[in-house]
Design a binder for this molecule. Sequence first.
Ligand code: GDP
Ligand code: GDP
Length: 438
Amino acid sequence: MSKPVVAIVGRPNVGKSTLFNALAGEMISIVKDTPGVTRDRIYADVSWLDREFTLIDTGGIEPDSKDIILAQMREQAQIAIDTADVIIFITDVRQGLVDSDSKVADMLRRSGKPVVLVVNKVDSFNKFMPDVYEFYNLGIGDPVPVSASSRLGLGDMLDAVAAYFPEGSGEEEEDDRPRIAIVGKPNVGKSSIINKLLGENRVIVSDIAGTTRDAIDTDIVHNGKEYIFIDTAGLRRKNKIKEELERYSIIRTVTAVERADVVLMVIDAEEGVTEQDAKIAGIAHERGKGIIIVVNKWDAIEKNDKTTREYESKIRQVLSYLSYAEVMFVSAKTGQRLTKLYDVIDMVIENQTLRVATGVLNEIMTEAVAMQQPPSDKGKRLKLYYITQVSVKPPTFVIFVNDKELMHFSYTRYLENKIREAFGFRGTSLKFFIRERK
Ligand code: GDP
Ligand code: GDP
C-alpha cells in the first residue's frame, strides 16, 4: 500500500513552508509515543478527496548568499527527482520570474518527472493574474495560481497533482514481490549488506516502469523467490551543512520506507543505538511497516555467552515502542546469518498480511475482559461489544465500545498483548481503531 510522494521545490521565501503547512494542516502525522519523530516538519501525510499522499518539503536551511541559492535549489530538485512521484515547483508572483527559476525548471523538465507549476502569493486573482502568464515561459506547463497564506486555489492545485498519481496507488499492489528498505545512518553497513547478498545470488534487472528511483532498487533472487531491496545508501552528497544532510537523509528514508513492506533498520554493533537511529526507526514504526532491527558488524564485537541477550535487551530498552520488532545480529563482512534474513523477512511479511477470523478475535476479547475488568470513569464502565480485523499491512482492528473516552491507551495495549499471545504477529505493528456503537 505505497502512497505517492509529492515534493515541494522552490527558491527561498516563495512560500514553501506556508504551502506545506496549509496542506498538512491538522492531518500531519505525529506519533506521540515515538521520540524524536516529525518535530521538524519535513514530511506529512495528506488526504485530498479519496487520495492519500506523502508530502515532502525539500527546503531546509535557507542559504544566506545569492551564489549558493542556485546550487541549493539544484540539490533540492535532485532530491525531489530521485524520490517523488510528482513535484510541485513553486514560484512567487510578486518576485516574478527569476533566472534560477528557469534553470531549475530546465532541470525538472529534463528529468521527465511530472511537475505542477505553482505561482504563489496570488492573493487577488484580479490584480495578479496578468503577471501569472509570464510563468508559461518556464516551459513546464500551465501555471496554477494559488495563495498559500489565504488558502486560495489549493483545490485546483491538488487536482492537478492528483491527476499524475499512478492509477490504483494506495490500493493493494499487484506486484507481490516483497519490498525491503534498508535504512540506517551512514556507515552502518547498508551497502555492504546489499553487496554481500548480491554476491551470493543472481541479480536481475529491475523491470519497474521508468522512474529514476530504479537506480536504488536491487532485485535479488533467493531460493527461486524474488526480493526487491530498496537502498537508501545512495545518500553520498557532498554537503557542507550537517542539518541539510540530515534532512535529505530523512527524506530518503521516508520515501524508501513508504514503498517498502519490511524495513531493515541497520545499527552498528560497535556504536549501539544512537539518537539518529531512534529517529529513523520511528519513521518505520509510525508508517506501520514490518521491522527487523539488524545489528551489523557483529564480527567486531568481543562476545561471551551473554553478549547477544544483553545487547538485545539494551536495544529493546532504548527502542521500547518497537517491542514487536525482530532483532538479528549479522556481519556483512563475514556473511554471518545474512541468508537467515530471508526467512525472517518472509515471516514478517506473512504476519503483516495475516487475517484473524472475527469469531476467534471476539473469543480472545471476551476472555481478556473477563480476566481484567475494563476501566471506568465517574461511575461509567467501558463496555467492549465487538472486535473485527478490517485490513492488513499492518493488521488493523476496529473495536466497538459504548464510550470511546473510556477506552484507555493501556487497555488497548492489554488487548494487543492478548492478541499477540495468541497469534504472535512478530515483526509487525498492529493498529487499533476504537468506535462507538450507539
Ligand atoms: P519558504 O522560504 O519558501 O518556505 O517561504 P515561507 O513559507 O517561509 O514564506 C516566505 C514569506 O512569504 C513569508 O513571509 C510568508 O508569510 C509569505 N507568504 C507565503 N505565502 C504567501 C501568500 O500566498 N501570499 C502572500 N502575500 N505572502 C505569502
Ligand atoms: P553504509 O554507509 O551504511 O552503506 O555503510 P557501508 O556498507 O559503506 O560500510 C561502512 C563501513 O563499515 C565500511 O568501511 C565497511 O567495510 C564497514 N563494514 C560494513 N559491514 C561490516 C561488518 O559486518 N563488519 C565490519 N567489521 N565492518 C563492516
